[in-house]
Design a protein around this ligand. Structure first.
Ligand SMILES: NC(=O)c1ccc[n+]([C@@H]2O[C@H](COP(=O)([O-])OP(=O)(O)OC[C@H]3O[C@@H](n4cnc5c(N)ncnc54)[C@H](O)[C@@H]3O)[C@@H](O)[C@H]2O)c1
Length: 255
């Protein structure tokens, strides 16, 4: 990517973890970048500090998805790259899983990527170099117990990615999914702390014996590792890659 790249990008969940790393990487690739996140002072502050346009929105609300696209287009003058990254985790067995939490998770991680793609479609197809990047998960391929909503949403997001890719091929828009294994972010730090408490293990033991047990490489990914892959997918060089489901999973699914 050259600094001359003048495309405009929106990264959801862009003030923390993987989303923040992707936003910063696309910014250093030369794109104009807006970050969408829940409208809270620390999120606004992160955006301000790093010269990223902030779009405050709650992706569990349909009206916010529409407004977020409109605000991004008016702030950046267009929208060529959409990174659907926002998400969160809730762990409970199915009989105890709160119905409202299920609805919110499916909305944020599956319905919002559809709505943002739908509302932004006309802009994304304008440059002939449009990109949708969906941050799914290795849990879009495999399951783990007690994560029913998360896993259902991520499996669905892969299906949406493939369908959108087929519809977008003729209009110069690529649609791909990235499936990371465990990445060191606030979301995962929280899971490590929870599991350490419930299993009576140290955080280091949870990391090695629980989270990295199925992995060939016993080391957590960093957000920048995912951002480097996203940077390639967004770049003009990746024009021929669409409908791809890209695993960055430390060898988890190799067995
Ligand atoms: N960390 C990992 O190991 C890992 C692995 C695979 C996939 N992922 C996926 O990567 C994405 C980013 O995760 P992360 O680990 O960086 O988490 P994170 O908690 O650091 O960041 C998630 C961001 O999403 C935002 N968000 C949550 N609900 C929202 C809503 N209703 N509206 C708007 N924004 C909302 C949060 O405010 C936060 O900024 C998620 O989709 C997650 O499922 C993470």
């Amino acid at each position: 990517m050259t600094p001359q790249d003048s495309r405009a990008a929106l990264v959801t969940g862009g003030t923390s973890g993987i989303g923040f790393a992707i936003a910063r990487r696309l910014q250093s690739d030369g794109l104009r970048v807006a970050v969408l996140d829940l409208d809270r002072p620390p999120a606004r502050e992160v955006a301000r500090e790093h010269d990223l346009t902030f779009i405050g929105a709650d992706l569990s609300r349909r009206a916010d998805c529409r407004r977020a696209v409109d605000e991004t287009v008016s702030a950046l003058g267009g929208l060529d790259v959409l990174v659907n990254n926002a998400g969160f985790q809730h762990i409970d067995p199915i009989p105890d899983f709160p119905e409202d939490t299920w609805d919110t998770m499916l909305h944020v991680m599956l319905t919002a990527p559809f709505l943002l793609s739908k509302y932004a479609w006309g802009y994304l197809t304008r440059s002939g170099q449009g990109r949708i990047v969906n941050v799914a998960s290795i849990h879009g391929h495999v399951a783990s117990p007690f994560k029913s909503a998360y896993i259902s949403a991520k499996h669905g997001l892969i299906g949406f990615t493939r369908t959108a890719a087929l519809e977008a091929g003729e209009v110069g828009l690529t649609v791909n999914a990235i499936c990371p294994g465990y990445v060191r972010t606030p979301l995962v730090e929280g899971q490590i702390a929870d599991q350490a408490r419930t299993r009576g293990l140290s955080p280091a033991e949870v990391e090695q014996k629980v989270m990295l047990e199925p992995a060939a490489i016993k080391r957590l990914l960093e957000p920048e590792d995912v951002a480097a892959l996203a940077s390639y997918v967004v770049s003009p060089a990746a024009w021929g890659m669409t409908g791809a489901v890209l695993d960055l999973d430390l060898g988890w699914t190799a067995r």
